[in-house]
Design a protein around this ligand. Structure first.
Ligand SMILES: [Zn+2]
Length: 630
């Protein structure tokens, strides 16, 4: 890496960054040993006891469980998953240290994707949208709508709400001479017209809610159609994913709510931006919102780092009730005091606050039933508890819930909840447990993933602890390639059946890639993470993605060229061939001598090895033909 940024500059940035404040933006830290160290939940592993330590005198941090550790730069590198240089620029921006001109952008190529550049253009757009909302005659309808929702001028200013006029080229015209179209595109502020005929603005004629990262910088927008506007693309439309905008991880309003969540140990999670803002305006300062979609496990994990108790608020209608029960299944096993609140009479939080005070809302939230209790009440409401048959139905439904919750087996909660169910239904606990084993067995067979789970941890640990077998490495590399270039999905699937992967968690991740492809979705890292529910699989997926980055597979796919007849990148072909050869060896193929796979995973093949590979491929084809003839 070129070091055109001087050491002085690095030291200035380091000196102006307090690591306790920096880490405190994403983790609730508590002081230990009279302020000589701070402790919090580690964001890099599934932490239940605070194992992360931050040392202000050394300006360093370390996790006692997963060994993550370093200084302010490593923290940003690991959290934002960026290279040192970008971490430096991000921290410089945060500390208001001007970045030396010749150090920026590092030559044309990567300029448009550079995070600091993206954050800059997003900040510029936020200001422009906000000023337009306040002053532009074209925004009169948007201002009327906000007035009808009784949003005060102060609230509109604080949340920096904005408006994009009804003109498909407006933002591009405003950006002329400041930001090139490629940069607006990378920030997902504009889209590309089909057939390469220029660009169009996103968010046309929408009221805009800036979505901020943990440092409070705008990274994307939620756009709401105004009453009577064109809602062909839905009432709400969010920015697509970008290098700085990760929907599954971000929580709307967190920078505004963080302190209140820390103080009250409670986070209130609502479904919409307007509800969240209405709560803040009324004085409920610990409210955040999901990004218009069902809450993800990563979002709950983010909130969990500040709150002991998480209250999920759903609208009081039938849809809200269904959403609530779905969320309970997903989060039951998480180590957090999860409560569920549905408002009466089909109200949403904003409706409620028109009639009641903020205190009344806080009281309601404080008395919200635990998730398990909520589900039990719902089941009891459906079936009653009088007859034997009704009690049996309630028990069945609760056991199904427990058996379906990811990560639940061998979790302490499982035993507590089973005991509780026995108590509530007045049925002998042993009988409940026996029935539970049956329900679990049925679930397992359904997923055909029964004993698999037992070997998961071992298989995953070999990779995570840096002791992979050759097979592990070859199999992992296939997924690394998919993460580096999801467009290679079809080629990989042609060659590698998911069943051919021996490492169980890797097989599950590859299956997930193929499932996405069945839905015409490219299996990118983000998509796969969205789809995976198991914490261990997610950790492994993150590791795979890191491997892909550190080996710079993207560059290898690009730079080593493609096969002329198939367009398949040479690098991919080699990986596929190596994996196939291992399968041949294991099923008694023609040659078993070493193919000089280096332990670092790089493939340095001499001519002889290439020749052997070719023979091997021919053997494989012959055998496949023979099989087809039989
Ligand atoms: Zn850790």
């Amino acid at each position: 890496m070129s070091t055109d940024l001087s050491n002085d500059f690095k030291e200035t940035v380091r000196g102006r960054t307090d690591i306790v404040a920096l880490i405190g933006e994403s983790v609730a830290l508590s002081s230990r040993s009279g302020g000589r160290e701070f402790a919090g939940l580690c964001p890099f592993h599934d932490d239940h006891d605070p194992s992360l330590r931050v040392y202000p005198d050394r300006q360093s941090y370390r996790c006692w469980v997963c060994n993550a550790g370093g200084d302010c730069f490593t923290w940003v590198m690991e959290q934002d998953r960026v290279e040192f240089r970008e971490a430096l620029e991000i921290l410089a921006q945060r500390a208001n240290v001007p970045i030396p001109a010749r150090g920026r952008g590092q030559g044309g190529g990567q300029g448009n994707d550079n995070r600091v550049g993206l954050l800059e253009v997003l900040q510029w757009a936020e200001n422009l949208f906000h000023q337009t909302l306040l002053q532009d005659p074209a925004a009169a309808g948007a201002r009327e709508y906000l007035a009808s929702r009784q949003f005060s001028a102060e609230t509109i200013g604080r949340f920096r709400l904005g408006y994009h006029p009804n003109d498909w080229d407006w933002l591009q015209a405003k950006a002329r001479g400041k930001f090139p179209p490629a940069q607006l595109l990378a920030a997902r502020l504009i889209g590309e017209r089909n057939g390469g005929g220029g660009y169009y603005d996103n968010f046309v004629d929408r009221l805009l809610f800036p979505i901020r990262n943990e440092r409070g910088q705008p990274v994307g927008f939620g756009g709401r159609v105004l009453p009577g506007g064109n809602d062909d693309h839905g009432k709400y439309w969010n920015s697509p994913e970008s290098p700085v905008f990760h929907k599954s991880r971000l929580v709307y309003g967190l920078p505004y709510a963080r302190e209140a969540i820390k103080d009250s140990h409670t986070a209130i999670v609502v479904e919409g931006y307007t509800d969240c803002i209405a709560l803040h305006q009324a004085g409920v300062a610990n409210a955040v919102a999901s990004l218009g979609t069902a809450l993800t496990e990563l979002q709950v994990a983010t909130v969990k780092r500040f709150a002991r108790s998480v209250v999920l608020v759903f609208d009081g209608d039938a849809a809200g009730q269904r959403e609530a029960e779905r969320a309970i299944t997903r989060f039951l096993a998480q180590d957090v005091d999860l409560r569920v609140l549905t408002l009466e009479n089909g109200q949403d939080p904003a409706d409620f606050l028109q009639e009641h005070s903020a205190e009344a809302f806080q009281q309601l939230a404080a008395s919200a039933p635990e998730a398990w209790e909520y589900k039990f009440r719902a089941a009891r409401g459906r079936y009653g508890m009088e007859s034997v048959d009704a009690r049996q139905r309630v028990i069945e439904e609760m056991l199904e819930l427990l058996a379906n919750a990811p990560n639940m087996s061998r979790n302490l909660r499982e035993g507590i909840l089973l005991g509780d169910l026995a108590f509530r239904t007045r049925v002998n606990e042993t009988q409940i447990r026996e029935r539970y084993q049956e329900v679990r067995g049925r679930q397992r067979n359904r997923g055909a993933a029964g004993q698999e789970r037992e070997t998961w941890s071992e298989d995953a640990a070999r990779l995570l602890n840096g002791k992979p077998t050759l097979d592990d490495r070859l199999e992992s590399e296939i997924i690394e390639i998919l993460f580096a270039d999801p467009e290679q999905g079809a080629r990989v699937r042609e060659d590698v059946a998911a069943d051919a992967i021996g490492n169980t968690p890797l097989r599950r991740i590859l299956q997930t890639c193929y499932e996405l492809m069945n839905e015409q979705i490219a299996p990118s890292f983000e998509r796969v993470m969205n789809r995976l529910e198991d914490g261990e699989l997610k950790r492994l997926a993150v590791w795979i993605d890191e491997q892909a980055r550190s080996k710079d597979i993207e560059a290898k796919l690009r730079d080593e060229g493609v096969e002329s007849e198939t367009d398949c990148p040479h690098f991919l072909r080699r990986s596929l061939n190596l994996l196939r050869r291992r399968r041949e060896e294991q099923s008694g193929g023609p040659e078993t001598d070493d193919l000089s796979v280096r332990p670092d995973g790089a493939h340095q093949m001499d001519a002889a090895a290439e020749a052997r590979l070719r023979r091997l491929t021919e053997f494989h084809q012959r055998r496949a033909t023979k099989r087809a003839e039989v």
